[in-house]
Design a binder for this molecule. Structure first.
Ligand code: FE2
Length: 546
């Protein structure tokens, strides 16, 4: 028994045939509709689904061939059986050409009809199943291909992502190290040197330089370089590679200078590799300079990753440079401000006018005589100018008193070195300067103030300052005594060496300064000034005079 849902449409202009086939097929369990002509058949086909059409060949209007051809075109899944009165080979071939699946002949052999209908429907179902299987297979094949492809693509993407992440992490780590190394540096030269060393290490380059704009902003000047011989070299903005970067404020990556277009290798004499990278140092849209790197170890060209990394470094360097500049300005402003105060203190008593500045100069002279590094000169100049800043709270009547001070007054005056330290601390001065100021009245034998330090316990530069202070105090007049001659002052220093002063320092200063005095004297009157030995005096007065 066929499935009743299997719907068959019988098309014949003879109602008798329609009725007969309906009875036969219904008995077989099929659901049967009938149409007396092709037009009606096509209408029914448009209205409901059929699995099969059984059509007579000879019909008025559209014949069986044309109907089946139309059905196959519009409903390709519908099976079609042709009914013909004359079954010839030609008829059969023609029927198949028009898409007919099979045919039956009149008069009907009922069993034959059942077989043909059953076989055609089975074939059709089988074909549909085959098609479904083929579709499934195709889908499965596509899925399989997709699944096979996805892991490969995913693996590739994962690898690339991992590599990118590794590079990013490495770059961030390197950047962090550079930031750590440079952010606390306030000395510009040290800052640039450290930054350059870090860049060379992180990018594995042998040649690099940091150029900063000059005050006129017309030239870049090499401020730090792995090639010491080019430090100080000037490059006009707009010219050559770094000048181009400065002019357009854009990074420039040249993978191969030989094919780099407008920039010729001759402009980079001294570099060995072909790949160059130049990055502007910018802050708030303002150009500060340019970082150049070249000569990568292994001769690998620089990449976009390197450009990104160096641009981040340049950003941090710009902030550090700006911080160093602001600190320098702040420090200079503080020094100027405090120096003005110190001058005013000196000026309260006409005879001490310029004392602090002269002490600073003497201190530098002693440092030079002792062969100290030039980097302490600035520290000594600052400390010299500020060494008596603590006197700010001492009233004029004490400073100008034309007589020995009482014990109480003396204690008050002696508090000035510790007060000076506190004042400078509140102004943010470096420890080195504060220590000099605090201890410039300590004695070699430990009898000084404020902390009673002795010999090597006394900071080295404080010992220098003590000699400079005493020398200037002796060679300047005071309300209660006249100025001494330089030779007398030197002799007094020698007399107090080992008690108040560092004896070695005194020896060096006296020798050097005496030679200078003699040289000056011989250049003015041709005679050599002798060093007069003054009468002995009480230690404790030198250098702590008002
Ligand atoms: Fe002092």
């Amino acid at each position: 028994m066929a499935d009743s849902t299997t719907r068959i449409l019988v098309v014949d202009d003879e109602p008798r045939i329609c009725k007969l086939l309906t009875e036969l097929l219904s008995r077989e369990g099929y659901s049967v509709d009938t149409a007396n002509d092709a037009a009606h058949a096509l209408e029914l086909l448009d209205q409901r689904p059929y699995e099969m059409v059984i059509s007579d060949l000879k019909m008025p209007g559209m014949d069986g061939f044309e109907l089946i051809e139309t059905i196959k075109r519009n409903h390709p899944d519908v099976a079609a059986i042709m009914i013909t009165a004359y079954a010839t080979v030609e008829t059969a071939v023609q029927a198949l050409r028009h898409g007919t699946d099979d045919y039956v002949t009149k008069p009907f052999d009922i069993n034959e009809l059942k077989k043909v209908v059953g076989r055609t429907l089975d074939n059709k179902r089988l074909a549909r199943q085959n098609q479904a299987l083929a579709d499934e297979l195709e889908q499965a094949r596509k899925e399989l291909l997709k699944q096979n492809k996805q892991p490969a693509e995913a693996a590739e993407n994962l690898l690339e992502t991992n590599q990118r992440l590794r590079r990013t992490i490495a770059n961030l780590s390197a950047l962090h190290e550079i930031i750590q190394a440079i952010t606390s540096l306030l000395d510009l030269k040290q800052l640039l040197d450290v930054c350059l060393t870090q860049i060379n290490e992180k990018l594995s380059v042998e040649s690099s330089s940091i150029m900063l704009l000059d005050d006129n902003r017309t030239h870049l000047v090499v401020r730090a370089s792995s090639k010491a011989e080019i430090v100080g070299h000037r490059q006009r903005v707009g010219e050559r590679i770094s000048g181009w970067v400065a002019k357009y404020k854009e990074p420039l990556l040249i993978e191969n200078i030989n094919t780099g277009g407008r920039f010729r290798p001759s402009g980079y004499a001294g570099y060995h590799s072909n790949s160059l990278l130049s990055i502007p140092i910018m802050i708030k849209g303002k150009l500060l300079g340019v970082i150049n790197v070249t000569d990568r170890k292994g001769d690998q060209p620089f990449t976009e990753d390197d450009t990104t990394f160096l641009a981040m470094v340049a950003g941090q360097l710009a902030v550090a440079i700006e911080n160093a500049r602001l600190y320098r300005e702040l420090k200079q402003n503080s020094i100027r401000t405090v120096a003005v105060i110190a001058d005013n203190i000196d000026a309260r008593e006409p005879m001490t006018m310029g004392h602090s500045q002269r002490v600073a100069e003497h201190a530098v002279r002693i440092a030079r005589a002792l062969g100290l590094d030039e980097n302490v000169y600035d520290v000594l100049r600052t400390a010299g100018n500020l060494h008596d800043i603590g006197m700010i709270g001492i009233c004029n009547s004490i400073l100008s008193k034309p007589a020995p001070l009482t014990d109480q007054e003396q204690t008050y005056v002696r508090s000035h070195s510790a007060k000076g330290d506190r004042i400078l601390q509140s102004l943010g001065f470096l420890d080195r300067v504060r220590r000099i100021v605090r201890h410039h009245h300590e004695w070699w034998n430990g009898q000084g103030y404020p902390d009673g330090l002795k010999s090597e316990e006394i900071p080295f530069l404080s010992r220098v300052m003590a000699i400079a202070d005493a020398y200037d105090a002796m060679t300047s007049g005071r309300p209660y005594r006249s100025a001494r001659q330089p030779q007398e002052a030197l002799a007094e220093l020698e007399r107090n060496a080992g008690t108040q002063f560092d004896p070695n320092m005194v020896a060096v200063f006296v020798k050097t300064h005496a030679e200078e005095i003699a040289a000056r004297a011989s250049s003015t009157d041709g005679t050599r000034a002798g060093i007069a030995i003054p009468p002995a005096r009480t230690v404790g007065q030198l250098g702590e005079e008002r």
